[in-house]
Design a protein around this ligand. Structure first.
Ligand SMILES: Cc1ncc(COP(=O)(O)O)c(C=O)c1O
Length: 405
C-alpha cells in the first residue's frame, strides 16, 4: 500500500496483541555464544541423535517412510492412523486413561502448534487464562493472539529449593472470566514435577470454576529419582476438561521433527481440529510414522533415557556447585536453575542477563537468564543451564566454569 508520495504509510505492521514480543532470548544468546565460541548450555535441544539400537531404528524409520514407503503426501488433518493409535496406546499404558484415537487424539506441528490451536479454539475475546510463571515463551503470545488475557501466578522456591505455588494466590487468580489454566509438569525452567496434592489443588479450582486445564507435558518421560509423572487428566472429574499436550522432540531427541499431539474429549477435540485444519492442516507425514514407531518402543528405551539424563543432571549439578553456583536440583526436564544473587553482587552486575552475558564473554559458557520466562514479576536471580548435551560438551563447560570463574 503506497501513499500519494510513494512512501509506505506509518501504520503499525504488528498488531497490538503481539506488540512487545521481540526476538526470543534463545536466538539472542545463541548468537552471542557463537560470537564468543562459548559452550552453549542455553538452548534446550540435545546435541545428539536418538541413542542406542532403538534410537538408530527411529531414524531409519523416518528415512524408510520417505524413501521406501511413499509417505510423502498430506495425511489426515488430525494425524496418521499409526500415530494416533500409538499415542492412545502409550497414554493408556502410562496413565491408564483411554482416549479414542479416531475422535480424541490430534497431531500438530509440535507442542507449540498444539498450544496455539488450543487457545485459538477455546478463547473468546477477554477470556482469562491462568498461567504459572516462569513459563515457556509461547504461552502468552498464543493466549493474547487469540484475544485472551493472562492471569499470572508466580512459582517460588520453598525451603527445599523446589519451586511451587501458593494455593491461596492460585485461588485468587480464578475469576468469573477464567476459561482455562495452563500448567507444565515436569516444568521448564524450574524442573519441578507437580505432585498429586498440587495437581489436586489445580483440579479442584478447574471443577469449581468449570474451566479447562491445558496440560503441557512435553517432558513427561524425563523424571528423576523414581518420581512418577501424573497427568492431571487422570484426576477425578478432569478427563473431559483437560487438553493434554505432548510431543516427540524431548523424549526421542528429535526436536527438529516437530511432531506434537493432544488428547482431549471428543467435544474439545472437535474444537481443536477446527482450528488446526486452518493453521497447518496436517503435520509432516513421514515423521509421524517414525514417531509412531518410537512411541511403541520397548520400555528399555525410556528407562535408558532417564538413566542417561540423571547421570548428566548429577554431573552438571556437581560441576556448578563446585564452581560456586547455588544450583537447584531438578525433579524432571533437562534444565538446572542456579541462583546467581551472590555472583551478581560479586561481579557488580545488575541483572541475570548481565551475568549471562559475562559468563558467555569471559568464561565461555552460555546460559539463559530466567527473567525471560517471567512476565509479571521482575525476577532476576536465576539463570538456566541445559544438560541435554554430550559428556564432552558438559565436561568442557564444567572445566571452564571451574577454572575461569
Ligand atoms: C515447556 C515446553 N512446552 C513446549 C515446548 C515446545 O515443544 P515442541 O518443540 O514440540 O513444539 C517446549 C520446548 O522447549 C517446552 O519447553
Amino acid at each position: 500500500m503506497l501513499t500519494t508520495r510513494g512512501r509506505m504509510p506509518r501504520i503499525p505492521v504488528l498488531n497490538a496483541r503481539l506488540q512487545g514480543f521481540g526476538t526470543s532470548i534463545f536466538s539472542e544468546m545463541t548468537a552471542l555464544a557463537n560470537k564468543h565460541r562459548a559452550v552453549n548450555l542455553g538452548q534446550g535441544f540435545p546435541n545428539f541423535d536418538p541413542q542406542g539400537t532403538i534410537g538408530r531404528e527411529i531414524l531409519r524409520q523416518a528415512s524408510q517412510a520417505i524413501l521406501h514407503e511413499g509417505r510423502n503426501q498430506y495425511c489426515r488433518s488430525f494425524g496418521a492412523l499409526e500415530l494416533t493409535k500409538a499415542v492412545q496406546n502409550r497414554f493408556q499404558r502410562f496413565q491408564a486413561i483411554d482416549y479414542d484415537h479416531e475422535s480424541e487424539i490430534t497431531v500438530y506441528c509440535g507442542a507449540t502448534e498444539a498450544i496455539y490451536c488450543t487457545f485459538s479454539a477455546l478463547l473468546e475475546m477477554g477470556d482469562e487464562v491462568v498461567v504459572f510463571e516462569p513459563h515457556y515463551d509461547s504461552y502468552r503470545p498464543s493466549i493474547l493472539a487469540a484475544g485472551g488475557r493472562d492471569r499470572v501466578v508466580t512459582l517460588r522456591p520453598d525451603g527445599q529449593k523446589r519451586f511451587t505455588f501458593d494455593p491461596d494466590e492460585l485461588r485468587r487468580a480464578f475469576t468469573p472470566r477464567t476459561k482455562a489454566i495452563i500448567l507444565n509438569s515436569p516444568h521448564n525452567p524450574t524442573g519441578t514435577v507437580f505432585n498429586r496434592e498440587e495437581l489436586q489443588a489445580i483440579a479442584d479450582l478447574c471443577v469449581e470454576h468449570d474451566c479447562f486445564a491445558v496440560s503441557d507435558e512435553v517432558y513427561d518421560h524425563i523424571l528423576f529419582d523414581g518420581k512418577p509423572h501424573i497427568s492431571i487428566a487422570s484426576l477425578p472429574g478432569m478427563r473431559d476438561r483437560t487438553i493434554t499436550i505432548s510431543s516427540a522432540g524431548k523424549t526421542f531427541s528429535v526436536t527438529g521433527w516437530k511432531v506434537g499431539w493432544t488428547l482431549a474429549s471428543s467435544r474439545i477435540t472437535n474444537a481443536l481440529r477446527t482450528s488446526h485444519q486452518f493453521i497447518t492442516f496436517c503435520n509432516s507425514t513421514p515423521f509421524q510414522y517414525a514417531t509412531a514407531f518410537a512411541l511403541n518402543a520397548d520400555d528399555s528405551f525410556f528407562k535408558e533415557l532417564v538413566s542417561d539424563y540423571q547421570t548428566k543432571r548429577n554431573k552438571l549439578h556437581q560441576g556448578l556447585t563446585e564452581a560456586g553456583f547455588d544450583a537447584f536440583f531438578p525433579e524432571g526436564t533437562y534444565f538446572i536453575q542456579a541462583d546467581v544473587s551472590d555472583l551478581k553482587r560479586r561481579l557488580n552486575k545488575r541483572t541475570d542477563m548481565d551475568v549471562c552475558r559475562w559468563l558467555t564473554e569471559h568464561v565461555g559458557v552460555c546460559a539463559i537468564p530466567s527473567s525471560a520466562f517471567y512476565s509479571q514479576e521482575d525476577e532476576s536471580r536465576f539463570i538456566r543451564f541445559a544438560f541435554c548435551k554430550t559428556d564432552d560438551v558438559l565436561d568442557e563447560a564444567i572445566h571452564r566454569l571451574r577454572t575461569r570463574m
